[in-house]
Design a protein around this ligand. Structure first.
Ligand code: NAD
Length: 258
């Protein structure tokens, strides 16, 4: 079997109802994995077709990752339905808030932290516990950070968001170190500018951002899917505690495309 194959594996993606999370769910299913998604909203139409298209099992659970209760009961139901199987977890659910630093309120910041940091952290923790209990030899946790963890994104007022994504990026190696003895790898992905609902409200910015990339275009969710499938598979068996930046070269380029 190809080292890229995920046949026989089970994956869980949070924030999988749309955008990057849905693309990750689709990519993992295409490589052969059964896929469950946790989200506060019902999945886009694209999710329904995955099961038939790739002949895998799929399921959606209404879960709010910022609530420990909701997360816990989501995992309990998922464990029942999938017979405790879990090899791959992609905590992807996230939000952004656009406000100047001087106007950010405590509540705004708390909302971001509770989803982007605490929600992600405890999803990863519950997933790791399940992987340890089921003894998977292919455990892979893929945290979703952002290019915004590295640079001040042009024309965006999102200091708190950048901080949450920095937290994700920097917790990754520490978690990876602790889970290595259980043969669970932990890596992160940092997407650049991706066309999703999160960025849709800034059409003029999307246009400006193009010129910052080396390839002159904004990513579609499918453009970052490959990094996720690679990190989920045995093809990346020696990689742990790392981050993959999928940003069209933005962070390697001072002025963008010429
Ligand atoms: P999106 O808004 O399209 O999708 C986010 C998903 O998370 C939605 O389905 C939403 O319902 C879900 N979600 C939000 N709060 C939740 C909660 N409390 N519990 C469960 N689900 C919840 O945005 P996206 O661009 O696809 O973002 C996905 C991830 O990618 C986020 O973590 C985001 O920070 C990251 N990211 C996005 C970009 C980009 O340019 N779009 C760039 C870098 C990183």
């Amino acid at each position: 079997m190809s080292k890229f194959s995920l046949q026989g594996r089970t994956a869980l993606v949070t924030g999988g109802a749309r955008g990057c999370g849905l693309a990750f769910a689709r990519g993992l299913a295409e490589a052969g994995a059964d896929v469950a998604i946790f989200d506060i909203i019902p999945p886009d139409e694209g999710f329904e077709s995955i099961e038939k298209e790739y002949n895998v099992k799929t399921a959606y659970y209404k879960v709010d990752v910022s609530s420990q209760e909701s997360l816990q009961s989501g995992f309990e139901q998922f464990q029942k339905d999938f017979n405790n199987a879990l090899d791959i977890c992609v905590p992807c659910a996230g939000i952004n808030r656009h406000l100047p630093f001087l106007e950010f309120t405590y509540k705004d910041h708390q909302d971001l932290l509770s989803i982007n940091v605490l929600g992600l952290y405890f999803t990863a923790q519950l997933a790791a516990k399940q992987m340890i209990a089921n003894g998977t030899q292919h455990g892979s946790i893929i945290l979703v950070s952002s290019m915004a963890s590295l640079i001040a994104v042009r024309s965006q007022l999102c200091s708190a968001y950048c901080g949450t994504k920095g937290a994700v990026r920097s917790m990754c190696p520490a978690i990876a170190k602790e889970l290595a003895e259980y043969k669970i790898r932990v890596n992160s992905i940092s997407p650049g500018y991706v066309r999703t609902e999160m960025t849709a409200s800034f059409p003029h910015l999307l246009e400006n951002w193009k010129s910052e990339t080396m390839n002159g275009r904004i990513a579609e969710p499918e453009d970052i899917m490959g990094a996720c499938v690679f990190l989920a598979s045995d093809a990346s068996a020696y990689m742990t505690g790392q981050d993959i930046l999928v940003d069209g070269g933005v962070t390697r380029c001072v002025t963008g495309a010429v």
